[in-house]
Design a protein around this ligand. Structure first.
Ligand SMILES: [Cu+2]
Length: 383
């Protein structure tokens, strides 16, 4: 609201200044040049302003690089991550070099050929040589870049059928993630949205032999040094499973299964101990500590200190709570991973427990028949 108010005030102020200058112009009499056609003086001013703008672009770019550069994603936590970062860095270097050269040329020529009295521009209809140069160079550079990208993409996306992987399903719905482990057979049981019932929130076909050892969890644990083959499904709308630190992202599309595989190279604990991450977390916590002082002064509770965790985020705007659609991803050592998974009940067991006849609720001392009686008494009392 305040920002809207500031924008309105600034807008009105700009109109006021514009009107004042007009009034000032109208009050001028005598030898002042009131012509709307630019003279040599105007052209010189505009020419030098071009250099001013060029300086602004460069100073702002360099300032931005130093100020916000360190905030970009750092060390990749997956094996293929380095390849993605490499491709990104090459693209950035190319863009920066090309823009540095072309911006200087653009502004320099705008200055050099600024309007001068009695000077006429040269007209020529076309130049084949020039056109070949300015179409050929970008075409070659882009082709190389695209080929490099395609090569990296196939390299990352290719999962060998015989490769030893762990198959995990990631299920998206508004607005949460659920994971299903394929169990000892490493094959996920069939699933269908029509079979969703009670605790079977993913619609797993419980009659499928492959589904018997499937495990459904709400926190993703994966072991370091092992390729994880993710299969994605969505219950409702388009979502996108985004693992920023693993440099992986895949759309989750209703009605189809999409796939992606990556191998984590750091455990969560190892990644937390990386010097850059220690520094980043310390910085976040110093900001939180400052904010907490303010909160406590207002009688609110202080913020908890932050600890780093890998996250799975949704990267498609899928509805009102999209911003909060996330799941913790914990990379364990292979031993810890096994221990964690062994503790988990299979979905079949969970369904059995949920469907088992419940003993009468003793805690409240009221069973359902008594509750009915008391409501009947209450109704009678109303009459
Ligand atoms: Cu989503």
């Amino acid at each position: 609201m305040t920002s809207l108010f500031v924008i309105i005030v600034l807008g009105l102020l700009a109109i006021a200044i514009w009107q004042l200058t007009k009034m000032f112009d109208l009050t001028q009499v005598g030898d002042v040049d009131n012509s709307q056609i630019a003279n040599d003086g105007d052209n010189n001013t505009q020419g030098y302003l071009m250099f001013g703008f060029l300086a602004f672009i460069y100073i702002f770019s360099i300032f931005g690089l130093f100020k916000w550069g360190p905030l970009v994603l750092h060390t990749p936590a997956s094996k293929h991550g380095a390849e993605v970062d490499n491709l990104m860095n090459v693209t950035w270097i190319l863009i920066f070099t090309v823009q540095a050269i072309t911006q200087v040329l653009l502004h320099f020529f705008a200055f050099k050929y600024r309007g001068k009295k009695d000077q006429k521009a040269l007209f020529f209809s076309d130049s084949t040589k020039l056109e070949v140069i300015w179409s050929g160079i970008p075409a070659v550079v882009l082709a190389i870049l695209i080929l490099f990208g395609l090569y990296a993409w196939t390299n990352i996306m290719f999962v060998d059928k015989n490769e030893d992987t762990i198959v995990i399903e990631v299920y998206a719905q508004q607005f949460k993630w659920t994971a299903r482990y394929s169990g000892a057979d490493n094959v996920l049981g069939k699933a269908n949205v029509r079979l969703i019932e009670g605790v079977n929130t993913l619609g797993v076909d419980l009659s499928d032999p492959n589904a018997q050892d499937d495990i459904v969890v709400s926190e993703l644990h994966i072991p370091k040094g092992k390729k994880i083959h993710f299969k994605f499904r969505s219950q409702d709308v388009l979502h996108s499973a985004y693992f920023p630190y693993f440099r992986a992202q895949m759309n989750c599309v209703p009605g189809m299964v999409t796939e992606f595989a990556f191998e984590p190279v750091y455990t969560s604990a190892e990644y937390r101990a990386l010097p850059y991450m220690v520094e980043k977390v310390a910085n976040i916590n110093s900001i939180r500590a400052k904010k907490s002082i303010e909160l406590v002064a207002n009688g609110e509770t202080a913020l908890d200190p932050y600890t780093f965790d890998f996250l799975l985020l949704c990267n498609k705007i899928c509805g009102a709570s999209h911003y909060n659609m996330q799941m913790k991803v914990i990379v364990d050592t292979p031993e810890d991973y096994k221990k964690w998974l062994n503790d988990k009940p299979t979905l079949v067991q969970e369904v059995k427990t949920a469907n088992a006849p419940k003993p009468l609720e003793g805690g409240t001392g009221v069973d359902s028949t008594k509750a009915k009686d008391s409501s009947a008494i209450a109704k009678m009392a109303m009459k």
